[in-house]
Structure formats: structure tokens, C-alpha cells
Design a protein around this ligand. Structure first.
Ligand SMILES: [Zn+2]
Ligand SMILES: [Zn+2]
Length: 243
């Protein structure tokens, strides 16, 4: 009886091992065999950010200016933003799978891509922080996707990741709000939970998607008031300007 069980168990183990070995990994987007999450062709065709406003990462068309019209008209509270991609093509799908289907490997893959493509020549910050979880009503339970991205990036850069913000008031869903409404909505809903690591420090705020800058602006203002040195916003995707 015992040896029979062992035999079955061994057989199962072998089959599982064989399965793992034989099963080809498929590209998440086009399902061709691929060693990485995305095949080289799909990886190449992601909408990487090229000409973007240095301050808010909004794609800009003319190459003779470094800032977009909005940043020229009214300077944001943060010093710079970088985004890996524009929020279009397969990017919304990838981020959605990561956020709502809890596909953690996609988040890790995107943050590694972010580090590889954007951070080689950049000054390492002193502290990396992230958007607090409860800003997002649609998945108020479970993981904080911004924290996961921040952790992967922090690990790769060997920079400390600290939760600097705390959500103290629930805010209404922001999807259909204008920038002005979002700012009003966010004001007083978030506080700094840790003021020790801010003064004169180079701080990076990580989020998955930057839409209207309202989140970035609100948190940057708090950091600025607490004496932050340099404030940068790092995101995986930036939504193009609404037409
Ligand atoms: Zn592919
Ligand atoms: Zn701008």
C-alpha cells in the first residue's frame, strides 16, 4: 500500500516536472513561444514614451520645447516625471491584468522594463514612495499595485522604499471628474504619514498610471511643504491628452 502510494506520488512528480519542462512559455499578447512574458516583437511594439514633457511626462509633438503648454502656464509642484509608455495599445490590457487579475509577474515585468529603459543614466533618489492603496475604490482590498511596482524598482536600484502617505478620507470615484474636481476631491483626503525622511531628500513617487496629475500634484505639494529637495513622479503609463 505504502509503496503503491509512493509510486503514484513519484509518477505524479515526474509528470509535473516533465510538464513544466515541456510547456513552452507563450507571449502574453500574441501567444507565440517566448522566453520572457512578451516576445521580442511585442516588446518592441509597446508604445514607449518618446517626446514627452520633462515635468509631467505628457507626450508633446514639437521637439523645440521641453515642457507642455500646461506646465509652461502653471508649474506643477513636482520637478520631473517619467513614464515608460503611453497608456494605449496593449498597455491598458497589461496594467488591467496586473491590477485587477493580480498578475504580479506583469507588474514585475513592467517595472523591470522601466528600470532597464529609463534609469541607467538617472540619479538615484534617496527614497522611493508610492500612492496609498485606498485612493482606488475599485480594488480597495488586496494588493497595492503602486507599492508592488515601487518595491521592484527599489530592489533593482537598491533604494529604500517607504510608505510616506496615508489615506485618511475616502474619496469619490474619480473617473469622470475634471482635473479641478479631482484636486478638490483629493485635498485633505491624504496626509504624510512619515515626515522624517523628506527634508532635502530626492524623493520619487511611483504610481501605475498618470492621468490628470491630480494625484501627483496633491502628494508633491505635501512633500514640498515638508521640505523635500527634489520630487519626481515615475509611472508605467501616461494617458495622452484627451482630445
Ligand atoms: Zn508577442
Ligand atoms: Zn507638462
Amino acid at each position: 500500500m505504502h509503496s503503491h502510494q509512493n509510486f503514484v506520488q513519484n509518477l505524479l512528480d515526474s509528470v509535473l516536472k516533465l510538464g513544466q519542462f515541456a510547456l513552452p512559455n507563450l507571449c502574453l499578447l500574441c501567444t507565440t513561444p517566448s522566453k520572457r512574458l512578451l516576445c521580442p516583437a511585442c516588446l518592441d511594439s509597446l508604445p514607449y514614451m518618446k517626446n514627452a514633457c520633462l515635468q509631467c511626462a505628457l507626450p508633446i509633438t514639437s521637439s523645440d520645447t521641453e515642457l507642455c503648454g500646461q506646465c509652461l502656464a502653471s508649474k506643477p509642484s513636482f520637478d520631473a516625471s517619467i513614464s515608460l509608455t503611453s497608456y494605449q495599445g496593449p498597455v491598458p490590457y497589461l496594467i488591467n491584468q496586473f491590477k485587477h487579475q493580480r498578475k504580479h509577474n506583469i507588474g514585475a515585468f513592467l517595472s523591470q522594463l522601466f528600470v532597464d529603459r529609463l534609469l541607467s543614466s538617472r540619479t538615484r533618489p534617496d527614497v522611493i514612495t508610492f500612492a496609498p492603496l485606498y485612493w482606488r475604490r475599485q480594488f480597495s482590498r488586496g494588493m497595492n499595485q503602486a507599492e508592488r511596482l515601487a518595491n521592484t524598482i527599489g530592489n533593482r536600484l537598491d533604494v529604500k522604499v517607504e510608505p510616506l502617505f496615508k489615506k485618511v478620507k475616502s474619496t469619490a470615484a474619480q473617473q469622470n471628474m475634471t482635473r479641478k474636481e479631482r484636486l478638490k476631491n483629493l485635498k485633505n483626503s491624504v496626509i504624510l504619514s512619515n515626515t522624517v525622511l523628506i527634508k532635502d531628500k530626492h524623493i520619487v513617487f511611483v504610481d501605475d498610471v498618470m492621468t490628470t496629475c491630480a494625484t501627483a500634484e496633491t502628494t508633491a505639494k505635501l512633500l514640498r511643504t515638508a521640505g523635500a529637495g527634489r520630487i519626481e513622479i515615475w509611472t508605467i503609463a501616461r494617458t495622452p491628452k484627451p482630445k
